[in-house]
Design a binder for this molecule. Structure first.
Ligand SMILES: C[S@@+](CC[C@H](N)C(=O)[O-])C[C@H]1O[C@@H](n2cnc3c(N)ncnc32)[C@H](O)[C@@H]1O
Ligand code: SF4
Length: 458
């Protein structure tokens, strides 16, 4: 069905119980991938609408500051609207913006970053960096798929529905690597025989030489089920079986390798720095391995590392940035809240022959204060790569004489990035460069990078 006809058909199906209808011009996209409009002075977030379009909408929720709505008809189409490629897009919450052309997605994400910086941080970067992006499909090297049962006891495996906990049962997924997507129906058949083990979720971890399927269940599989699972494995993976491995995980416990035992370890490479990073299922790794290499390269270039500079890598995980920094001649201190990642980072530094230049410590960086900052000593430069909550405690506690001359901030949430940027600017930093990295194509996630230079410390 052509794009326009399909929209009208879908919208007609959704028009029961309308509360209020109107028309609006969409001027922007919000962080949930909804079109943003203003009607009678009030902000309106419209599901399914995109910038440049005029749509007829119906209100689904009305709040004091804003209304939420969905499209019931598109009056003027954007030239950036495309037919969603995945047949589950209308219901699956894994992707929110497949209806927007991949190149336009990047431009919209850049606009979101700039808007948040301006609105929350009251800052404009001096210069916008060209966006980093990779292949828009089959890029997800790590994914967790939920499991539930339908009324007839048949397994459902997939991501959660949009704005709901319902599991959308899928037989393919266009953001997973193709060899994983095509095995989903057979994996589902195999798991159907384990249904009485109270299956919770499955995960995939993909690397160049190995793909791990981790199965998490509420009950421990009895030995007869384990034997059955081994047989299934040989049937499903056939001649590819050297590339696959099953891990098993009990509720609230770590995953353990199950079958076959003798496999290459999971790992990713950063060829520009001659670095190999082994990891295990459950470790934090960047989801888009291809773009990760480009991001690390860009971050290090922006840090402009000079030999023997002392550099902090905060929220360092398994050393994704710290180890390339050490290999580039810096003296690096990596700090991370997850003890298992700190251990992995130390092992990875030894494996890459740079443990004399990098040390790793475990600490809760959300508890950073001025005393903690002083205990770290002076750093020439700093890399921040926090989770969605940002690095507020760290930036708030930085003070002279412990202010690095340059901070490179990698962010997965433009709102906390903007909030923290304002704190840094108030401490005498200038946001010299900022740009987006489309790590999560088809989703509304905005990953950004910013360079802050100390101009006048106060
Ligand atoms: C976006 S990841 C970045 C990891 C690493 N830089 C990388 O590129 O793989 C954020 C990291 O922050 C860590 N983290 C989360 N909360 C933390 C906290 N309160 N204190 C320290 N580290 C924390 C997570 O364990 C995770 O490794
Ligand atoms: S996450 Fe996968 S199944 Fe869901 S909409 Fe995206 S491509 Fe389709």
């Amino acid at each position: 069905m052509p794009c326009r006809a399909k929209w009208i058909f879908l919208m007609k199906m959704r028009t029961d119980n309308r509360q209020y209808e109107g028309e609006a011009d969409i001027f922007s996209l919000d962080y949930e991938g909804r079109g943003v409009a203003r009607v009678n002075g009030k902000a309106l977030f419209i599901e399914g609408a995109m910038p440049g379009e005029r749509v007829r909408f119906e209100i689904i929720r009305s709040k004091k500051q804003f209304d939420e709505a969905r499209v019931i008809d598109i009056i003027r189409y954007s030239e950036n609207r495309v037919e969603p490629k995945c047949r589950y897009f209308d219901t699956c919450g894994g992707c929110l913006i497949q209806h927007i052309d991949s190149t336009a997605q990047i431009a919209f994400k850049q606009r979101i970053m700039e808007e948040q910086l301006e609105r929350i941080g009251k800052i404009r970067p001096k210069q916008i960096l060209p966006a980093i992006y990779g292949t828009p499909w089959h890029y997800r090297e790590r994914a967790r798929l939920s499991i539930s049962k339908d009324a007839g006891g048949r397994l459902k495996i997939g991501f959660k529905a949009k704005k709901s906990h319902e599991v959308i049962d899928v037989d393919s997924c266009m953001v997973l690597p193709a060899h994983i997507s095509e095995k989903l129906p057979k994996i589902k058949q195999m798991l159907q025989s384990l249904i009485d083990l109270d299956l919770l979720f499955i995960e995939f971890f993909n690397s160049e030489k190995l793909t791990v399927l981790n199965i998490c269940s509420g009950k421990k599989p009895p030995s007869q089920k384990l034997r059955q699972l081994e047989k299934w494995f040989d049937t499903i993976f056939g001649h590819e079986k050297k590339q696959w491995q099953i891990w098993l995980q009990a509720r609230r416990q770590g995953a353990q390798p199950f079958y076959p035992k003798d496999c290459q370890p999971l790992g990713y490479a950063l060829p520009e720095f001659e670095v190999e990073m082994p990891y295990k299922p459950g470790d934090f790794t960047q989801i888009n391995a291809g773009l990760n290499g480009v991001m690390v390269g860009r971050a290090l270039k922006l840090l402009d590392i000079q030999k023997n500079e002392r550099i902090a890598d905060l929220f360092c995980g398994l050393g994704n940035f710290s180890i390339p920094m050490a290999k580039s001649g810096a003296e690096v201190v990596g700090i991370e809240g997850e003890g298992s990642l700190v251990k992995r980072a130390r092992n990875n530094a030894s494996a890459n022959g740079c443990s004399d230049r990098v040390s790793f410590f475990e600490a809760d960086l959300f508890e950073t204060d001025e005393v903690v900052v002083a205990s770290w000593g002076q750093f020439d430069k700093m890399l921040l790569d926090p989770p969605r909550g940002g690095a507020y405690a760290v930036v708030k506690s930085l003070h002279a004489p412990y202010l690095p001359v340059r901070i490179v901030y990698v962010s997965c949430n433009p709102a906390t990035f903007a909030r923290d940027a304002e704190v840094l600017v108030n401490k005498g930093y200038k946001l010299k460069l900022a740009g987006v990295m489309n790590m999560f194509a088809q989703t509304s996630h905005v990953e950004s990078i910013g360079v802050f230079d100390l101009e006048n410390s106060i």
